[in-house]
Design a protein around this ligand. Sequence first.
Ligand code: NDP
Length: 256
Amino acid sequence: MDEMEGRVALITGASSGIGRAAALKFASEGVRVALVARNEARLQEVAREIRGKDGEARVILADVTREAEIERVVREAVAAWGGIDVLVNAAGIFGTGTIETTTLQDWDAQFNINVRAPFYLIQRALPYLIERKGNVVNVSSVTGLRAFPGILPYAASKAALDQLTHSVALELASQGVRVNAVNPGVVVTQLHRAGGMNEEAYAAFLEHSKTSHPLGRVGQPEEVAELIYFLASPKAAWITGVSYSIDGGRSQTCLR
Ligand code: NDP
């Protein structure tokens, strides 16, 4: 029997990209997954795919910027399966902007989804995570660890998410709850297009990314899902408070 079989994972951003891939990976290992996002049709599609392979999934529609919806998400997951073993915070948005062009509205929108929602989800799920000595995996970014011009609110929100990860890891370690982050480089998902890049610009961005990632290619959501699963599993029992890069070497590069 797999060591994760029968456990419960609450995964935000499960309708697309990295969150979706994580949901499919966890379910394929026998984990019961609560799928959280706003797009019902896409969430139902993921749930169907999981159930089609004898997995267990529950769709919980929610906008993670709303406190009451986060509270309901946790209540519904616990009511369905009696607890929470793993919280994966993958819901996120991306936007461009510099110190001269970023509006307060852009800043708040990115911080609300990328940092405030993970903070409040961890807080609400905490009694259940403590009860089961569970763990949290936050989906941060290479931009949380390294500076890039032109994506100020996004990078600042991811840096905040990393420090949330490290601080909470220390606060919860004595209670047996681990908290980690993954920090991907460019991964092929809807993120950049949802953030305003058109298809042509996105194609050029992916092409350029071959040169900005030392391994010469961008990543796939499934590769990040494998790392999220590893960090959530007992195989990572002695790992907490890390920001784990998965970026084809990008975080080690420097202009020269
Ligand atoms: P996608 O755009 O493919 O997925 C984003 C997910 O977030 C969707 O499921 C979306 O669901 C959900 N979401 C967005 N806003 C909300 C909201 N208000 N409430 C609930 N759910 C929301 O992008 P990725 O898979 O790439 O993004 C996942 C994470 O990975 C993000 O945190 C992103 O910052 C991070 N990341 C991505 C990288 C990349 O290159 N793709 C690189 C580094 C990090 P819905 O619209 O249905 O609500």
